[in-house]
Design a protein around this ligand. Structure first.
Ligand code: ADP
Ligand code: MG
Length: 332
């Protein structure tokens, strides 16, 4: 199983930032409201993430580490309408096949915390009691220690941490109600406090996208309304043309809470600006699109950055129209 898991890891675990993404998605799926992310040496030495989510019962720890074991999908119908960020049951098995991974957890209703890790070629799981508050810690040490070819591709500590920082920003924008602390080499570098009230959400926006964007961007919101048959929803901020930037640093698009890079949606955004956006400027936006889970296929790529829409044209035109309206007199 180790070899099969390592092959799967090739698709899911490209670099430390991909480990962080998978682990944090698990925390969010577990309903966590607080995350501590501790990174050492750009993630090559250690990635440790602690959450206060639902935890993993002792008798499910071994399963959590095995391939294609997910607690999130029970039937084919579930696969047709995915509501969680994870669903493949591949991440923990893959990561543990290319690192020294230790999983510690305590569900609130279980008195004792337990920890589990895999060893050897047959990935034998060892279980031991430990002490841990309610929630889960995944500690990933020495990433790619047993896959030297992959380890060689790691860039400098600074570069790898930069990618991690970006993954955490994306999550921080997707989940404002979750408090996140991110440390590198024992130094707390980012703290995103829980943001519920509008003013708190604005300050998270400022922290991530900068004060200028927070001040100048246009807010738009159109909630889906099932009764009138309007199944699409959009919310977020878009910068007017003269406040757009030269770099691509603030381009965040979420579909049902999942960060996306989607050509079709990018096209709709660019089109909304018409000719008003100078050719050296980039569209600058943070947008959250919602649609019924049945109308979007997220099972396109193992790393889950891509989606396929049932009604691609309709989604495109909806986004274009809403953004045009929001930009109003700013574009022609
Ligand atoms: P997936 O997320 O696709 O289900 P993973 O390999 O990422 O697969 O995780 C395997 C299983 O381990 C999950 O289905 C979940 O039951 C459990 N799990 C992983 N991380 C956590 C966490 N932080 N809190 C609670 N359960 C977790
Ligand atoms: Mg997962």
């Amino acid at each position: 199983p180790q070899l099969a898991n390592q092959i799967a890891a090739g698709e899911v675990v490209e670099r430390p930032a991909s480990v962080v993404k998978e682990l944090v998605e698990n925390c969010i799926d577990a309903g966590a409201t607080e995350l501590h992310i501790d990174i050492e040496k750009g993630g090559a030495r250690r990635i440790r993430i602690r959450d206060n989510g639902s935890g993993i019962p002792k008798d499910e720890l071994e399963l959590a580490l095995s391939r294609h074991a997910t607690s999130k999908i029970a039937s084919l119908d579930d696969l047709e309408a995915i509501h969680s960020l994870g669903f493949r049951g591949e991440a923990l098995a893959s990561i543990s096949s290319v690192s020294r991974l230790c999983l510690s957890s305590k569900p609130a209703q279980q008195a004792q915390a337990w920890q589990a890790w895999c060893e050897g070629r047959d990935m034998q799981v060892t279980l031991e009691p430990t002490s841990h508050p309610d929630g889960t810690t995944v500690d990933v040490q020495d990433l790619f220690f047993n896959t030297p070819a992959r380890r060689k591709f790691l860039r400098t500590e600074k570069t790898e941490f930069g990618h991690i920082d970006e993954v955490v920003r994306r999550i921080a924008l997707a989940c404002p109600a979750v408090e996140i602390k991110l440390s590198h080499n024992q130094q707390l570098l980012r703290h995103y406090p829980k943001a519920i009230a509008e003013s708190q959400i604005l300050s998270r926006l400022q922290q991530i996208a900068g004060k200028r964007f927070a001040d100048e961007a246009i807010f738009l919101e159109l909630a889906a309304d099932a009764e009138s048959g309007q199944t699409l929803g959009i919310r977020g901020w878009i910068a007017p043309p003269d406040a757009c930037r030269h770099q691509t640093d603030v381009q965040y698009m979420y579909v049902n809470g999942r960060m996306m890079k989607d050509k079709l949606l990018n096209h709709a955004v660019r089109q909304a600006y018409g000719d008003s956006l100078a050719s050296d400027r980039q569209a600058t936006y943070i947008l959250y699109i919602t649609l019924p889970a049945n109308d979007v296929d997220v099972n396109v790529h193992p790393a889950k950055h891509e989606v396929r829409f049932q009604q691609a044209r309709q989604v495109h035109d909806f986004v274009l129209l809403q953004l045009r309206e929001a930009l109003g007199a700013h574009v022609h």
